[in-house]
Design a protein around this ligand. Sequence first.
Ligand SMILES: [Zn+2]
Length: 124
Amino acid sequence: MDAARQARQERKEELLRELAEICVEEQVEEGVFLETPHFSIIERAAAHLGRQLSRQAQERAAREVAAQCEARVACPTCGALCDVRTENRLITSGDGPVEMTETVADCRSCRRSFFPSARSDGTG
Ligand SMILES: [Zn+2]
């Protein structure tokens, strides 16, 4: 593992520990530990945190995919170069609502919109 990757891994562990700490702080505030809680309560709070992280990671990854798209792409119908813009759309992921960033291009000649994908072989 190179130094940058090692540092990233350590930072991730540090942030995950910090998130776990915040999760427990919230539970303390809610009085969860005034009596010994059933483990399902602890598990539910942890799973909720995991879903929040998942949604954040999905949104960020969607933005990255959109950022990889060319600024102008050829219309699949007429071949004219069209400007690409981004649009946000709320989708429901397995972990709850996620604001997806998508790339959209409008062809003035064809009067249609299409959804270009990232730089690739064009099959996406
Ligand atoms: Zn066109």
